[in-house]
Design a protein around this ligand. Structure first.
Ligand SMILES: Nc1ncnc2c1ncn2[C@@H]1O[C@H](COP(=O)(O)OP(=O)(O)OP(=O)(O)O)[C@@H](O)[C@H]1O
Length: 230
């Protein structure tokens, strides 16, 4: 299986004196669904942001064996796509967001067709179309999470999805719908999606979705075996 991401000696600091983590070494391969674990504050979100080039870090993170800069940062971020836990911090509306991201894509497609697909996906998760024209700040946590995920899936540009507690604001039914959709997309021949790094605090969800488990701490990361049933 192809190596998509290689993290070598990655380290990140809060400020000049305090490290969040150091010596992180791991690969993300095709077909991986890596559940990222670690206590609160261990740096899981920070690590996803480092992979997406949204945070500065020391060390090296390669995408398909090359420096991530070879694509240019905006195009890279459409391939290695970070879905934030709180999309309400994004400016404007979800429709504006789709138009912006579509302008970074290398493939030819209209923002309208991507938007239509993303809206169809979110409709299937119980989201009204009119919410795509509301400001992110006025959406509920669960609405914003489903729309941000539907945008990522509708764009279909991501080879690696970086999901930051993507269902933390959703009820059980919506969580199941979202999980099934994402897992089916990863298995689909039509989709370009090849791997996922998924943060969750739910052991049940980790067991349902993950096929690799990576525990991070201040001094490094360790691959954990499959989480046993309670
Ligand atoms: N911009 C920032 N400036 C300073 N410190 C930061 C910044 N962002 C994060 N931190 C700190 O870095 C540490 C790691 O934060 P991060 O959000 O990555 O942890 P996490 O493992 O995702 O936590 P949680 O499970 O609670 O969501 C925390 O101590 C946090 O306060």
């Amino acid at each position: 299986m192809a190596k998509l991401i290689e993290a070598r000696n990655v380290a990140c600091k809060k400020d000049k004196e305090h490290i969040i983590f150091s010596r992180l070494n791991f690969d993300v391969n095709e077909r991986d669904i890596i559940v990222l674990q670690g206590k609160s504050g261990a740096g899981k979100t920070t690590l996803l942001k480092c992979i997406a080039h949204l945070n500065v870090y020391d060390g090296e993170i390669l995408y398909r064996g090359r420096c991530t800069m070879f694509l240019g940062v905006p195009a890279f971020r459409t391939r290695v796509f970070y879905v934030p836990q709180r999309p309400a911090l994004l400016p404007g509306t979800p429709r504006n967001f789709m138009a912006t991201v579509t302008s970074f894509q290398s493939r030819k497609s209209t923002s309208e067709s991507d938007l239509a697909l993303a809206m169809e996906i979110s409709r299937g998760w119980g989201v009204d179309d009119e919410l795509w024209d509301r400001n992110w700040t006025s959406l509920s946590g669960g609405e914003a999470q489903r729309i941000a995920l539907a945008a990522a899936m509708g764009l279909n540009t991501a080879e690696v999805l970086l999901l930051d507690e993507p269902t933390s604001a959703l009820d059980q039914h919506s969580t199941k719908l979202v999980e099934e959709f994402i897992l089916n997309d990863l298995r689909s021949q039509q989709s370009g999606l090849k791997a996922i790094v998924w943060i969750t605090h739910s052991e049940e969800q980790a067991r349902r979705v993950g096929n690799r488990f990576l525990q991070i701490s201040a001094s490094g990361c360790e691959e954990e075996p499959l989480i046993p049933e309670p």
